[in-house]
Design a protein around this ligand. Structure first.
Ligand code: URA
Length: 214
């Protein structure tokens, strides 16, 4: 079933050189890639980490594509849905997540109470959270007085929920719709995923994503 450079190989320990060898499985060329890049529409009620026993984990939604070296690029709360990037490319993920690179992440939010203009401006200019951390400036684009989009360029624990809580409001729903230049694919239903396109991979790894937020 398997051939390497036109010769059948039966030895399971046979070593190939991915850069030079043409490997076929049942007549179909197998292209080896060191890195895997996945975009998923994370459903509500699912966690991003492997170390929470009893919880549904995003990796379990990957079926046969699940492998032990995958991790999520940052985390979304259990009750946040939307775009999550899954990869085994630790170096790029580290760069993209580094606070000094200020990658923009946009979320659609709904609030329990109306957001006044004053509160919007307060949150946008940066608020002090209960742990003493002051958030960086962000952008809020209201759709109406209880919903809209918010773009932040950092990723503290429960950040958006805590930012709105600081002006005595409460997030009732949160969905990430973009990460850098990568946007949530509307054809992915909650729980669905696909491999990134070449242009998404290029954008994920490129410095285009790493603009300063002004
Ligand atoms: N901010 C939050 O509060 N939760 C998330 O999941 C992401 C950003």
């Amino acid at each position: 079933m398997i051939s390497v450079n036109g010769k059948t190989v039966r030895d399971p320990a046979y070593q190939t050189d991915p850069a030079r060898d043409a490997v076929f499985y049942r007549g179909e060329r197998i292209i080896y890639s060191e890195f895997v890049y996945i975009v998923m529409n994370k459903p509500l009620g699912c966690v991003c980490s492997n170390d929470e026993p009893g919880e549904r984990i995003v990796f379990d939604l990957l079926g046969d594509a699940k492998r032990p070296d995958l991790f999520t690029v940052g985390r979304l709360d259990k009750e946040t849905s939307g775009l999550i990037i899954i990869t085994n490319d630790g170096k790029t993920a580290h760069t993209v997540l580094s606070p000094k690179h200020h990658v923009k992440k946009t979320y659609a939010y709904c609030l329990a109470d109306p957001l006044s203009e004053e509160d919007r401006r307060t949150v946008e200019s940066g608020v002090e959270l209960r742990d003493g951390y002051t958030t960086m400036p962000c952008e809020i684009t209201p759709a109406d007085d209880r919903s809209g989009t918010i773009t932040i360029c950092e990723g503290k624990y429960h950040q958006i929920r805590r930012m709105f809580a600081s002006v005595s409001n409460r997030v009732t729903s949160l969905c990430r719709i973009s990460f850098g230049d990568i946007t949530l694919d509307p054809s992915l239903a909650p729980g669905e995923w696909r491999y990134m396109t070449d242009s998404e991979i290029a954008s994920f790894g490129s410095l285009q994503n790493l603009k300063e937020m002004r």
